[in-house]
Design a protein around this ligand. Structure first.
Ligand SMILES: [Zn+2]
Length: 426
C-alpha cells in the first residue's frame, strides 16, 4: 500500500542524529510530512508503485535537518549589501518593523538553504517574528520550523531594550511573560546581563536572582521553557540560582572586563543539567574582516582596539567551550547568534571541532540534543519513524570532516524538498 505522498530516499550512509553508528546503504520512507520507515536497502523492501517518488543519492549522506538554537532574524546582511550590518542602534533607528519583517523572511530562506530546518529566534522587536510565523503559516514564506521568543524580557535600559520587552521587579516580569505568552511566544528569552547594546554593560548582571526566578516560574506555569543571555559571570550564577533551563553565550566576563573561566560555575551547570548554547562564532567573521584589512590597507587605532578585544573574545570562547565540554561534559547546543550573517551555520560547527568535540558529538549538538533542549524532540532532531521528515543530504562524509555540512545536496522540511528548489520528479 502506498499513499499519494510517498517518497523513498536511498543514499550511501545515514547518520540518525542520536549518535548511533552510521547505517550503510540506507533507505528512508516518507509519507506526507512524516518519516514512516528507516532500514537497510538489502533487507528492507520499500513501497513501490506509481505514487512513489524515489530520490537516489549514491554518494550522499543523510542526516536530520539541522537546528539553530539562537538567531535574530530581524538583523542580518542582505547579499553583502551591508543593510542590517553596523551597530544595533543604527539598524534599529533606520529600519521600520516592516523592513525587518522582510529581512527576516529573506534570512529564514537563506538559513533553510543551509540545512537549518528548525530555527529558534532569540529576540526581535515588537511583533516582527510573530508576523513572520503568520506569513509562513499562510504560505507566503518558506521557513524552517520556527520557535520564537518575540521580545526578550530585559530590564529598563537593558540589552535589546529597543525590542520593547522592558520589565522590572517580580510583578513586572511576570506581567511581561504573560503578555508574551498571550501573543504567541514559544519560549521566554531573558537578558540576564548587558551585551552589545550601547548603553548596557556586559560585565554586570541585569536581573537579580529573584526576578529571574519569577520569570522562570511564570514561564513554566504556562509550559514554556526559558533561556538566558549570560555574558557576565554574575549573570551565570543568577541564572543557575533561578533554575533557568538553558544558557546562551556563557561569557564568564568579570566586573573588570576580563574573561575568566570559573570551574565552580561549570560544576553547577553540569549538576543542574543545564543546556549551554555557547554561540562560539559570534564575532568570528568580523575578526576575519579586520585581520584581512590589517594585512591589506592597515587599521585605524579604533579598529586596532576592536581587533585586540575580538582576539580576547574569540580565544576565550574557544577555551571555555573546550573546558565545558571536555572537563565537565556539559550539554552543548549549536547556535549561531546570527545577527550579521545568515547561512553561515557550519562555521559554528567547525569551531566546535577546533574546541575538541568529535564530529558525531557536534552533529548531535546540532540535531537530537538541540531538539531536546528546545523542547521539540518528539517532532525532529533524529531520523526515526514518527518524526517529521526534516532531512538533509550532503555529498562528503561529515564524520570525516564537519565542513561537509557547508554544502547541501538536498534539504527537506516536513516532507517538502526545499533544496534543490522546484517540483520533485516522479
Ligand atoms: Zn543573541
Amino acid at each position: 500500500m502506498t499513499s499519494p505522498g510517498t517518497i523513498v530516499i536511498r543514499a550511501k550512509t545515514l547518520i540518525d542524529g542520536n549518535g548511533g553508528p552510521p547505517i550503510k546503504d540506507p533507505v528512508v520512507v516518507i509519507e506526507g510530512n512524516e518519516i514512516k520507515a528507516v532500514g537497510h536497502q538489502e533487507i528492507f523492501q520499500p513501497p513501490q508503485g506509481p505514487g512513489v517518488r524515489e530520490l537516489d543519492f549514491p554518494q550522499g549522506h543523510i542526516l536530520p535537518g539541522l537546528i539553530d538554537a539562537h538567531t535574530h532574524l530581524m538583523f542580518g546582511t542582505v547579499a553583502g549589501q551591508g543593510y542590517g550590518e553596523g551597530p544595533y542602534e543604527e539598524v534599529i533607528e533606520r529600519d521600520s518593523n516592516e523592513i525587518m519583517l522582510l529581512r527576516a523572511a529573506h534570512n529564514t530562506h537563506i538559513h533553510l538553504s543551509a540545512g537549518v530546518t528548525t530555527l529558534r529566534d532569540c529576540g526581535a522587536r515588537d511583533r516582527v517574528t510573530f508576523d513572520l510565523r503568520e506569513g509562513a503559516r499562510q504560505g507566503l514564506v518558506t521557513a524552517p520550523r520556527l520557535l520564537l521568543s518575540g521580545r526578550p524580557v530585559t530590564i529598563t535600559g537593558g540589552h535589546f531594550y529597543w525590542c520593547h520587552g522592558e520589565a522590572d521587579g517580580e510583578d513586572g516580569v511576570k506581567g511581561a511573560v504573560r503578555q508574551l505568552v498571550k501573543e504567541g511566544s514559544d519560549f521566554i528569552k531573558i537578558m540576564a546581563s548587558g551585551g552589545g547594546t550601547a548603553i548596557t554593560d556586559n560585565r554586570r548582571a541585569s536581573y537579580d536572582a529573584s526576578e529571574l526566578r519569577a520569570i522562570v516560574e511564570e514561564a513554566h506555569t504556562h509550559g514554556k521553557l526559558t533561556t538566558a543571555h549570560c555574558l557576565a559571570t554574575q549573570s551565570m550564577i543568577n541564572a543557575l540560582d533561578a533554575g533557568v533551563d538553558m544558557m546562551e553565550h556563557a561569557g564568564f566576563i568579570e566586573p573588570d572586563g576580563s574573561y575568566l573561566f570559573a570551574p565552580s560555575i561549570a560544576e553547577r551547570i553540569a549538576e543542574q543539567g543545564m543546556y549551554v548554547s555557547p554561540t562560539v562564532q559570534t564575532g568570528f567573521r568580523r575578526r576575519e574582516a579586520l585581520l584581512a584589512k590589517a594585512r591589506s590597507e592597515g587599521l585605524s587605532s579604533e579598529e586596532e582596539e576592536r581587533l585586540d578585544s575580538s582576539k580576547a573574545k574569540c580565544e576565550s570562547q574557544l577555551e571555555f567551550l573546550s573546558r565545558l565540554w571536555s572537563d565537565w561534559n556539559i550539554k552543548i547546543i549549536a547556535g549561531t547568534d546570527a545577527i550579521q550573517t545568515f547561512g553561515d551555520y557550519c562555521l559554528g560547527l567547525e569551531i566546535q571541532s577546533q574546541a575538541g568535540m568529535s564530529n558525531m558529538d557536534i552533529i548531535q549538538s546540532a540535531t537530537s540534543v538541540a531538539a531536546k533542549a528546545i523542547g521539540v524532540n518528539s517532532l525532529t532532531g533524529a531520523i526515526e519513524p514518527g518524526k517529521e521528515a526534516d532531512l538533509i543530504v550532503v555529498e562528503q562524509d561529515p564524520l570525516k570532516d564537519i565542513s561537509a555540512l557547508r554544502s547541501m545536496t538536498m534539504v527537506m522540511r516536513a516532507g517538502k524538498r526545499v533544496v534543490p528548489y522546484g517540483p520533485m520528479e516522479e
